[in-house]
Ligand binder design. Sequence first.
Ligand code: GMZ
Ligand code: MG
Ligand code: ZN
Length: 179
Amino acid sequence: MLLKLLILDRDGVINYDSDAYIKSVAEWIPLPGSIEAIAQLSKAGWTVAVATNQSGIARGYYDLATLDAMHARLRALVAEQGGKVGLIVYCPHGPDEGCDCRKPKPGMLKTIAAHYHVELNNVWFVGDSLGDLEAAKAVDSQPVLVKTGKGEKTQGKTLPVGTLIFDDLAAIAAELIHN
Ligand SMILES: O=P(O)(O)OC[C@@H](O)[C@H]1O[C@@H](OP(=O)(O)O)[C@@H](O)[C@@H](O)[C@@H]1O
Ligand SMILES: [Mg+2]
Ligand SMILES: [Zn+2]
């Protein structure tokens, strides 16, 4: 059976983003409807994974324990609604470290695909930044832009051909669950 896999960017898609980075669990605040959307998707048989740049680690703004605590919070909130979150992959590196995982490179998407033993082509990757969409395009995934977070600003840029655009994660869940 083909795995119904959806991959999400984190900041600006699941939770509010900030130009000052999300540096603590207290600053990690879910966007309206995002927790419910993830719970509904997982209860409808979707595996929801996350691929997130976290250069704030390299910059020393917060540590791995804090990052893990944010993700534990995400998992707990979704579980409260009867859903679950799949693999969360993050890039802790800075923009100048030349790693293979920082978006727009597709390394995290490849890690997720290998974890679930699936191909990436046509898997939806939902993000609010151009780098998210470019990462998706690099591995023939489906780039999906949400207008939350930096999404409205990103919408004004030249997007990869075929990028789908939705208002928010709730709209994506409605599309995937009811079609
Ligand atoms: O959207 P995801 O990938 O989940 O995470 C984005 C964050 O890591 C941060 O990424 C930074 O970009 P730089 O890493 O400094 O280029 C800035 O855009 C911050 O505003 C943002 O919070
Ligand atoms: Mg983002
Ligand atoms: Zn990296």
